[in-house]
Ligand binder design. Structure first.
Ligand code: PA5
Length: 447
């Protein structure tokens, strides 16, 4: 099996190699606790063996749903969800899609998102677009009670029913939610939508390899079997009996914690391929929501290089020395673009003639890495041989299992998110939701 590679040699100016191996016993214990489901938050550890337990029948069912929806000749597929209920699908679809998919006829439906914000203009403009297009939708919420997607679905449900009639609308709506609880489950059962269950023991940000991510990815035209296969293979090589020396996820967890303990409080997720922008958003949620609690946690940030070298590059090179970078380096691009010779050479670029654009990108990556290390920013590199379903599947599981181990090293429960409730409580109080009368009075007194 060819696998993604982890290279942390460029952290050794800041932390010693020996200091990483000090974590061996502790992290092997944490990895076992994750797989045995005995660690903190163990009622949310269903994702640790999820890839290897997905059945052929489950994948076939998702593929059949995707074919049925695609056979309706839809232009757009709307995914309604927020946080873990949208970022995984968005990350994978963007990574695998043509950069100009929205403007080209690829033969695949374009996947668009709703309920991931409460922007009124966004919703207005989406509804306006949907009036002119053929579409179907998935509404995704594990809890089934999240305000943002519920609000978007209330509007879009009415629109789709008005456009296609109630019966055909039912054929175009998929609900993905908890097995028993939540308003969305009640609604889906009463309307008779095709429904997928999010396993009880899989939290939102660990759910991309459940129907939460797989349905939209399949509808977008990508190969969910190969995506899952990548994750299955990564599950095997990061399993509980794999020693620290061979377990790249365990090593990543150790390196980032050692950097953190040495004052590197911010981890910047770097890509040199714009298709990976949303992989960074997915990763930020995974690590931010899992580790940022009890006054602790590395702050996860991200940049798109080389674009952001012309905006954030200055800070990274010379600002506060609290940063380290984790760079996703993609081996070879899918397409080839060779730089031509120009007889006048007025732009002075003939020294690049005959080279591929990717060669320039790779030299930018190498040059930046050396400059940033020289400037005091340790560098972790993760190499993906190709940007495809298989290596994305590996990468997803790699980051998930590493996050579990890393959170345990930090001493937190990586599978809850109590802090997310604070804004909701205030928002409901301000909106005078029934049951919030006291909170409404209290918050209004503070305005
Ligand atoms: O990781 C998490 O659990 C959260 O980010 C959720 O995914 C997010 O809050 C959306 O929740 P739900 O799917 O219940 O609507």
């Amino acid at each position: 099996m060819e696998k993604i590679l982890l290279n942390f040699n460029k952290t050794f100016d800041f932390i010693s190699k020996d200091s990483i191996f000090v974590y061996k016993q502790e992290i092997e214990k944490h990895n076992a606790a994750l797989h045995d489901k005995t660690g903190k938050g163990n009622d949310f550890l269903g994702w640790t063996n999820l890839p290897s337990s997905i059945t052929d029948a489950e994948l076939a069912d998702i593929e059949a749903t995707a074919s049925k929806i695609r056979s309706k000749k839809i232009d757009l597929f709307v995914v309604i969800g927020i946080g873990g209920s949208y970022l995984g699908a968005k990350a994978v679809i963007d990574a695998l899609s043509d950069s100009f998919v929205a403007m080209k006829n690829t033969g695949n439906p374009l996947v668009v998102f709703a309920g991931q914000n409460i922007g009124e203009d966004y919703l207005y403009e989406l509804r306006e677009l949907l009036r002119e297009k053929e579409y179907a939708m998935a509404v995704i919420s594990k809890s089934g009670t999240t305000t943002e997607p519920a609000l978007a679905f209330r509007l879009l449900k009415q629109d789709i029913e008005d456009k296609y009639g109630k019966e055909e609308a039912k054929e175009r709506i998929i609900a993905i939610t908890d097995a028993k609880r939540g308003a969305l489950k009640t609604l889906a059962t009463s309307e008779g939508y095709k429904t997928y269950v999010i396993p009880d023991d899989v939290g939102g940000r660990y759910s991309v390899l459940t129907p939460v991510g797989l349905v939209a990815i399949a509808i977008a035209g990508f190969d969910i079997r190969t995506l899952v296969k990548g994750a299955v293979d990564m599950e095997a090589v990061t399993g509980k009996n794999v020693p620290f020396e061979e377990n790249i996820a365990a090593q990543y967890a150790a390196v980032r914690n050692e950097l953190y303990r040495n004052g590197k409080l911010v981890e910047i997720f770097v890509n040199y391929n714009p298709k990976l922008h949303f992989l960074a958003e997915w990763w930020k949620q995974l690590y931010g929501e899992s580790e940022g609690k009890e006054g602790k946690g590395i702050f996860p940030a991200s940049v798109d290089f080389t674009s952001d070298l012309h905006s954030m590059g200055q800070y990274i090179q010379e600002g506060e020395r609290k940063l380290f970078e984790t760079v996703i380096s993609v081996g070879a691009p899918d397409q080839e673009v060779v730089i031509p010779t120009d007889k006048d050479n007025l732009d002075g670029l003939n020294f690049l003639a005959g080279k591929r654009v990717d060669e320039v990108n790779k030299m930018a990556e190498l040059g930046t890495m050396i400059a940033h290390v020289d400037g005091g920013v340790p560098n972790i590199q993760i190499v993906m041989p190709k940007l495809n379903e298989y290596f994305l599947g590996q990468l997803i599981y790699f980051f998930e299992i590493a996050c579990g181990m890393s959170g345990y090293v930090l001493g937190v429960n990586p599978f809850d998110q109590p802090g997310v409730e604070a804004y909701k409580k205030n928002m409901f109080a301000l909106l005078e939701k029934p049951g919030y009368e006291e909170a409404t009075k209290a918050i209004k007194a503070r305005l």
